[in-house]
Design a protein around this ligand. Structure first.
Ligand SMILES: Cc1cc2nc3c(=O)[nH]c(=O)nc-3n(C[C@H](O)[C@H](O)[C@H](O)COP(=O)(O)O)c2cc1C
Length: 218
């Protein structure tokens, strides 16, 4: 099988698992690979507005079960259940931007730099990120890229996964914040994902034909 066929095979192999085998656990080696792929995921300007919480605590799983209808399959059987947080209010002078600029990207941060002005212009004018909700959604979009990469990596490793946004955002957020998992001033739940071993057949893909979704513009 050539590389192209392998890539398409992996795309068919990844499917949203509705029933996990609760008795099979992902090895540390495989899980570390999946998390490393998350860490290496791209983000806007590299500001990585995310945090990944691996929930191993049964009381916490129970506390969100009823408010997270789309997660119940994963909560019941996934080897690894992840809540992905998006950073709130990532603006040019925010703590997150200063931290990444200095501690990760090894640049000097200045509120008056040309970059700070450029980034502010991008957020406020180009992308209209002028409210707490639009800023959260912008960060949240980026967490979805990381989760997509994690799911593809899992499929490559012959593991199963399920992305999850079937939950009441406010209720789940309040529950997890009240249990001390994160500071709700800084973070908000973006999405969740289950990873493990399936206990069912892989469902064949149902997708639109290429002509319907793809157009070459000359
Ligand atoms: C952003 C997003 C949220 C989703 N939320 C849920 C969910 O809460 N529960 C669930 O069982 N599946 C969820 N899914 C899985 C989709 O239903 C599934 O990916 C889609 O039907 C296509 O099927 P496939 O992934 O098996 O190819 C979600 C998928 C995405 C991309």
């Amino acid at each position: 099988m050539d590389k192209n066929e392998e890539i398409i095979k992996t795309a068919h192999r990844r499917y949203a698992t509705k029933k996990f085998n609760p008795n099979k656990k992902i090895s540390d080696k495989d899980w570390n690979t999946i998390m490393e792929v998350a860490r290496l995921s791209p983000s806007s300007f590299g500001f990585s507005p995310w945090k990944f919480l691996l929930i191993e605590n049964d009381d916490i799983k129970k506390a969100i079960y009823n408010d997270a209808w789309g997660a119940q399959n994963s909560l019941d059987g996934a080897s690894h259940f992840v809540v992905v947080l998006a950073r709130k209010n990532v603006t040019a002078t925010s703590e997150q931007v200063q931290h990444i600029t200095e501690a990760v990207q090894d640049h000097t941060f200045s509120p008056d730099s040309a970059f700070t002005k450029k980034f502010t212009d991008f957020q406020e004018n180009d992308f209209d990120l002028n409210s707490e909700r639009t800023l959260f959604d912008w960060a949240s979009k980026q967490t979805y890229i990381a989760v997509a990469n994690m799911m593809t990596a899992a499929a490559e490793l012959d593991l199963d996964s399920c992305p999850i946004e079937g939950f009441n955002r406010k209720k789940v957020n309040d529950t997890l914040a009240s249990k001390g998992l994160f500071d709700p001033e800084k973070w908000e739940v973006s999405l969740m994902a289950g990873f493990g071993y399936r206990d069912q057949d892989i469902t064949p893909k149902k997708r639109q034909p290429m002509e319907e979704i793809y157009k070459v513009v000359k």
